[in-house]
Design a protein around this ligand. Structure first.
Ligand code: NAD
Ligand code: UDP
Length: 338
């Protein structure tokens, strides 16, 4: 299939482009480069041995999108493009709603005008809020999100579901990611946050490479194995392969489907720090800080539906993810800047 990958030069998108090519699909990337570098696609080209068609287009730019759809015979879209920083979304809610919601509405409108009605959407475990029980299944209730970023994900799930209900020609796959970490084994691409990382793994690797002095651990008084927060860390290549499996759903015309993409295993912050130290031999100094506003104690996936329906399970463990994250960071201390 020829697949439009929005946000395809970003962290998860670039890894997904590789797995699409590996599986025999064609990928066309659009990205406004607001949170990524075009160099990631040059690295992808090195890995897969061919250039990936790239258009610097914003998903809110109807004319720009129209041109891409007119030129390329797009059959489906994997929609990663969006702003994703939880804290920033509390300070700039308008920007988050405008970019993520308006952008998706324009994209979907241009898609349907060109008869392209297959979409995979990047959702998040954040739509479960603070779950009553773990692991969460796709049937676990959605709860109000604690930040505008999460609300955009939840709202877009509803919007895409309603569009599919009204027009059964649509095939919608909502993928709820848990916590992606790791990088391609080549060490050529990986997560490249702007400024101070919000997420745990890039913070750890920046401490390891000497860019930050020590890790702050946000709370050690949660009701968990060691008091630190527990999450489901999934290797980004596993996540990327999950998207390739989801592409196969389009031909089954199942309407709207939802899948958790996680490992099914919870890991605490301290466990991840120690796993990183064991996997790489690099010590991570840390200090315990106050809890971070909006954080929950524990969340991890029941990923059995994806196993049953998509034939997908995560195959890489935490150790491998730590090694791969570290290889990327060590080889590219300044990300894609040479
Ligand atoms: P990323 O920031 O690396 O990738 C997103 C890409 O979208 C970037 O390259 C950015 O430049 C682009 N973009 C943003 N707004 C755009 C617009 N208006 N038009 C065109 N391009 C635009 O983030 P990622 O970690 O690869 O995440 C991909 C998707 O997965 C996002 O939708 C994110 O919300 C979602 N997600 C990420 C995580 C995570 O922890 N990384 C977890 C759950 C869901
Ligand atoms: N975390 C931390 N220090 C950091 C970043 C994150 O202790 O510098 C903790 C955070 O409190 C949570 C876990 O690591 O328990 C995962 O946080 P992240 O922001 O990576 O993901 P999310 O909050 O989206 O699950």
């Amino acid at each position: 299939m020829k697949i439009l990958v929005t946000g395809g030069s970003g962290y998860i998108g670039s890894h997904t482009v590789i797995e699409l090519i590996n599986a025999g699909h064609e990928a066309v990337v659009i990205d406004n480069l607001s949170n990524s570098s075009e160099k990631s696609l040059e690295r992808v080209a090195k890995i897969v041995g061919k250039e990936i068609p790239f258009y610097k287009v914003d998903i809110r730019d109807r004319e720009g999108l129209e041109k891409v759809f007119e030129k390329e015979k797009i059959e489906a879209c994997i929609h990663f493009a969006g702003l994703k920083a939880v804290g920033e979304s509390c300070v700039k809610p308008w920007e988050y709603y405008e970019n993520n919601i308006s952008g998706t509405l324009v994209l979907v409108d241009v898609m349907r005008k060109h008869g392209v009605k297959n979409i995979i959407f990047s959702s998040s475990a954040t739509v479960y809020g603070d779950p009553d029980t773990v692991p969460v299944t796709e049937k676990s209730p959605k709860k109000p999100c604690t930040n505008p970023y999460g609300t955009t994900k939840s709202m877009l799930e509803t919007i895409l579901t309603d569009i599919q209900t009204a027009d059964p020609e649509w095939n919608v796959v909502l993928l709820r990611y848990f916590n992606p970490i790791g990088a391609h084994e080549s060490g050529l691409i990986g997560e490249n946050p702007n400024g101070i990382p919000n997420n745990l793994m890039p913070y750890i690797t920046q401490v390891a490479v000497g860019k930050r002095e020590k890790l702050g651990i946000f709370g050690n008084d949660y009701d968990t194995v060691d008091g630190t927060g527990v999450r489901d860390y999934i290797h980004v290549v596993d996540l990327a392969i999950g998207h390739v499996k989801a592409v196969e759903r389009f031909s089954l015309n199942k309407g709207t489907e939802i899948f958790n993409l996680g490992t099914g295993k919870g890991t605490s912050v301290l466990e991840l720090v120690h796993a990183f130290e064991d996997a790489t031999g690099v010590k991570i100094p840390y200090e315990i800080k106050d809890r971070r506003a909006g954080d929950i104690a524990t969340n991890y996936a029941d990923a059995s539906l994806a196993a049953k329906e998509l034939g997908w399970t995560a195959k890489y463990d935490i150790k491998r993810a730590c090694q791969d994250s570290w290889r990327w960071q060590k080889n590219n201390p300044n990300g894609f800047e040479e």
